[in-house]
Design a protein around this ligand. Structure first.
Ligand SMILES: Cc1cc2nc3c(=O)[nH]c(=O)nc-3n(C[C@H](O)[C@H](O)[C@H](O)COP(=O)(O)OP(=O)(O)OC[C@H]3O[C@@H](n4cnc5c(N)ncnc54)[C@H](O)[C@@H]3O)c2cc1C
Length: 454
């Protein structure tokens, strides 16, 4: 069987790896000049850095297995988590339950309620019960108004903007449950155990490189800088793709086509999907119902440390970024030629004027807030600035989201979709894209073996 894969992010690369390992032929096309998608890297001080901050949790077993399978296991470092919250001009380390008790932004009773709620979610496994429920109402009922307004509410608002009130309780459960599940040992359901975060020395770009190299060694054709213009459909079946860009008009024929692009881009390369009978129209409606928040991530190279915390979540409602990730508190500055590396990240709704701002304009907006993290901060500390955006940064997982997830099998026989909207109940992450890519590869094989029409 020959499969064309559209997109060379981690999902497409993992699907190719699985298909090639099972003896199939693969041609993969990536529109950007490089592979990696949201895990792309760039050079900084002679080192490599992800455009968007990345780490793994201990629960990311599929990603760890892939890293080991590709011979990179020895370079996967597990580092004690060093996270904190910023509130009203103060940085609070937030590593264990003692830190929660010291969080004087809320009353003692609220601190206890926050801790007990985290414990409850850690132990609760039956997430299906939470479908259709809103995280905001549930959190308020558990931790009270103060706990919601001072801790979880601002975070939901920062990530999901106007959708915050309607975010699914399943999404919130997933975040807390998996986070605690990744803590090893310790009493009180892992609450007392130390969290560790995983990082591939030299960047996760090395995982992308290793996947590309392994796929080529297995005989796959992988091309970057080659966009797919549209999926070729004949007699109602996907029979290949038509390439775009410099290869415009070139046809590549295949037995099946797997797209790993965000849903709006998928619709663009499958024109007329909605006209393919009632099933086509229903599938198109599912694709259209997906809403994404833009991810906007500014990377700063600094000539000194900003704070000792790796991951600092901003809880003030008017903060213009939701998290400050000081990568050089995770990997030493020597990795980046001595630079201290800081990510400032925000999620925005598509209409937000901030999605149009230049790096300079954003930095003007961010500067007073960087100074709140460290009052000594001066613009002269900044030795480099980069700005990265992804309009499909975060699918909005609202309370009825589970009713709107498009299946991997599309109504066009031979055409499949695997993107970050379909990893529910988990949230987007390399682990789930790898798992999904491999699973959909097997699904395509099974369909072909059974000659199922699609
Ligand atoms: C801000 C941010 C922080 C994150 N932090 C973490 C983290 O800490 N840990 C973690 O594990 N994960 C993290 N993730 C998530 C992780 O990066 C994603 O889940 C994963 O990379 C998604 O992979 P994908 O292959 O599904 O999609 P993508 O990476 O989006 O890949 C899709 C690819 O399709 C290509 N494409 C689109 N249209 C076409 C076309 N017409 N023809 C050819 N190619 C096309 C695109 O160029 C792209 O490369 C983060 C993501 C973001 C945005």
């Amino acid at each position: 069987m020959k499969v064309v894969i559209i997109g060379g992010g981690v999902a497409g690369l993992a699907a190719a790896y699985e298909l090639l390992g099972r003896g199939h032929e693969v041609a993969l096309y990536e529109a950007s000049p490089e592979f990696g998608g949201q895990v792309r890297t760039f050079e900084i001080g002679g080192g490599r850095l992800e455009i968007f901050y990345h780490h793994l949790f201990r629960s990311d077993t599929d990603a760890v297995a892939m890293i080991e399978e590709l011979g990179l296991g020895d370079d996967l470092a597990w580092i004690d988590s060093n996270v904190g919250l910023h509130a009203a001009g103060k940085n609070y380390p937030f590593v264990g339950p003692v830190d929660l008790l010291k969080f004087d932004r809320v009353s003692l009773i609220t601190r206890v309620r926050l801790g007990l709620t985290a414990l409850w979610l850690r132990r609760f496994k039956d997430w299906k019960q939470y479908e259709g429920k809103r995280a905001s109402a549930w959190i308020r009922s558990r931790v009270g108004r103060e706990g919601y307004e001072r801790v979880w509410g601002p975070l939901l608002r920062a990530k999901f903007g106007e959708h915050a009130e309607d975010v699914s309780l399943v999404w919130f459960w997933g975040k807390i449950h998996l986070r605690f599940a990744s803590r090893q040992g310790g009493r009180l359901g892992g609450l007392l155990a130390k969290e560790q975060l995983g990082y591939l020395r030299g960047s996760f770009g090395r995982l992308m490189d290793a996947l590309v190299a392994a796929n080529r060694a297995r005989g796959g054709t992988l091309e970057a800088g080659v966009p797919v213009e549209r999926v070729l459909i004949e007699d109602g079946r996907a029979v290949g793709v038509v390439l775009g860009g410099a290869r415009a008009g070139e046809e590549v024929r295949a037995d099946a086509v797997l797209a790993t692009t965000p849903s709006p881009l998928f619709q663009r390369i499958v024109p007329g999907l909605a006209d393919l009978g009632p099933e086509g129209a229903a599938y198109a409606r599912l694709l259209e119902s997906v809403q994404y928040q833009w991810a906007t991530v500014m990377v700063l190279a600094l000539d000194r440390q900003l704070s000792p915390i790796y991951w600092l979540t901003m809880t003030d409602d008017d903060a213009p970024f939701v998290v400050a990730v000081e990568q050089s508190n995770f990997m030493p500055p020597s990795t980046y030629g001595g630079a201290h590396v800081l990510y400032l990240s925000d999620y925005m709704s598509p209409g937000d004027p901030m999605v149009e701002m230049t790096a300079e304009q954003l930095l003007d907006l961010y500067e007073p807030w960087i100074r709140r993290i460290n009052p000594a901060f001066e613009r002269s500390w900044v030795t480099g600035t980069w700005l990265y955006r992804d309009r499909a940064g975060q699918p909005v997982v609202h309370s009825r989201y589970h009713e709107t997830i498009p299946p991997h099998r599309t109504p066009v026989p031979g055409l499949y979709l695997a993107n970050t909207t379909q990893v529910y109940p988990e949230d987007r992450g390399q682990n789930y894209s790898i798992r999904m890519g491999r699973r959909v590869a097997r699904l395509i094989e099974d369909d072909r073996a059974g000659q199922r029409p699609g």
